[in-house]
Design a protein around this ligand. Structure first.
Ligand SMILES: [Zn+2]
Length: 439
């Protein structure tokens, strides 16, 4: 048994083994790696083709999508652009809960469909059932995401997992299988100090390695390492899928493990959406998920809608994650061609220009409020490029000041936007999307 697994011969053997093996997951990961250098247009073209093919599958085999599209008079062959794709209904968590049985594809083996529909009706699980191809894709994406953190095929992956399953290896004494597979799976469902002591011993034997797992588990481990005065010198990076690590967790993990933490943005419905690179930018995993930025009608931050283009068992199309984000133009210093996005806070103001670009509203609202003596101000995005400024004041002079400000703003600070001012009335009390009622 090699004592320092990561470097040298074992790493080389591991790399050769991965290259020669028929492991679908590694092969897919290598395909994805090739994609990240493609030009944006080509990636987008490919992405559309995948999404359109996936939509056809959904229409043909999933009652929910067939009904929804029939109601709209839309057939898959009518959807020839992402703009047309945007006419499809938004899938909310509520719909997923209530219509789960209708969301399962009949293309799955009959037994599987029966089991899934039964499960859906029983409301036993909130998990989205995923077929093997989708699970393989997630694994391939995890590897791809690890490369964002610097991992190579020669290095070890330490996977901290919380779900039950057959992934457990021999933790206390990683065997030849784990060494060669390059993965050490650690069951972190219970994490008392004595468990953590065991994990730390196992990780220490792994050589150059990268952690993949929940931020909270890693941050608990970081606490343990600090209390025990242990320094692991061999962990080179950490990837935290799912929930974003808080700034504090991140700091703690980075300080104790001596490595950089990278967020993998995703949710339980669509696990791999975007990945953070060394430059701190989030790259959309365009080969695997299609993300839309849906404008908030009240000029709040745009909503993230995501389509998972892999999971045929239960297609998730235009799913509202509940998160807010904006697309980011331009290239990243890391050289990857995957497009960029940025998570933003729900309370921010964002305008959609006539060209379909998002412009940050900055302090627009507070400036307008100041001009009219602190009156209530509400913004309403009409068509792209058109914003209605509703001000709750009867003061004609104040309204005139606001009008002057808006005329100027449209030409200077907010190019591509036209503002119209109106006295706030009962429309101010209209139901507010995205919880902007309080501001
Ligand atoms: Zn980058």
């Amino acid at each position: 048994m090699p004592a320092t697994g990561g470097g040298g011969m074992i790493g080389y053997a591991r790399m050769m083994l991965h290259k020669l093996s028929n492991n679908g997951c590694h092969a897919r990961m290598r395909e994805h790696l090739a994609l990240e250098r493609l030009p944006h247009d080509e990636l987008r073209h490919r992405q559309f083709w995948l999404a359109a093919t996936f939509l056809k599958h959904a229409y043909e085999t999933v009652p929910y999508y067939r009904n929804a599209m029939d109601e709209l008079g839309l057939r898959p062959e009518h959807v020839r652009s992402f703009a047309e794709y945007g006419k499809l209904p938004v899938l909310t968590r509520e719909v997923m809960r209530e219509r789960k049985a209708d969301l399962v594809s009949s293309a799955m083996p009959r037994k599987v469909v029966a089991a899934l529909r039964g499960m859906a009706e029983g409301c036993v699980s909130t998990q989205v059932p995923r077929d093997k191809a989708a699970r393989d894709e997630t694994q391939a994406n995890w590897l791809l995401c690890l490369t964002f953190a610097g991992w190579t095929l020669a290095d070890m992956v330490v996977r901290l997992y919380t779900s039950s399953g057959a992934e457990a290896g021999n933790l206390v004494q990683p065997g030849v299988r784990e060494w060669l597979a390059g993965t050490l799976s650690v069951d972190v469902r219970t994490h008392r100090p004595e468990d953590m002591a065991k994990w730390v011993r196992a990780i220490r034997r792994c050589g150059k390695s990268y952690l993949l797992g929940n931020a909270w588990v890693m941050s608990d481990m970081a606490d343990y390492l600090d209390k025990a005065g242990i320094r692991l010198g061999n962990v080179r990076g950490a990837v935290t899928p799912g929930g974003r690590a808080s700034a504090e967790q991140r700091q703690r993990i980075e300080a104790s493990f001596g490595c950089v933490v990278h967020d993998l943005y995703g949710c339980s419905e669509v696990p791999c959406i975007a990945m953070e690179c060394m430059e701190g930018n989030l790259h959309l995993l365009a080969h695997s998920a299609y993300v839309e930025f849906d404008p908030d009608p009240w000029c709040g931050a745009p909503y993230v809608l995501v389509t998972d283009i892999n999971n045929k068992a239960m297609p998730v199309i235009r799913f509202a994650t509940g998160d807010r984000a904006v697309p980011v133009d331009g290239d990243c210093g890391c050289g990857r061609g995957f497009p960029l996005m940025r998570m933003v806070s729900a309370a921010e103001t964002w305008f959609l220009t006539a060209e379909g670009r998002y412009l940050p509203g900055g302090d627009f609202v507070s400036q307008v409020a100041r001009l009219c003596g602190g009156a209530d101000v509400r913004l309403r995005q009409g068509a792209p490029g058109e914003v209605r400024v509703l001000v709750a004041t009867g003061d004609a002079a104040a309204l005139e000041r606001v009008e002057g400000f808006c005329r100027q703003a449209g030409g200077t600070a907010y190019p591509g936007l036209s503002f119209s001012v109106a006295r706030g009335d009962d429309r101010m009390a209209a139901p507010v999307a995205g919880g902007r009622a309080s501001d």
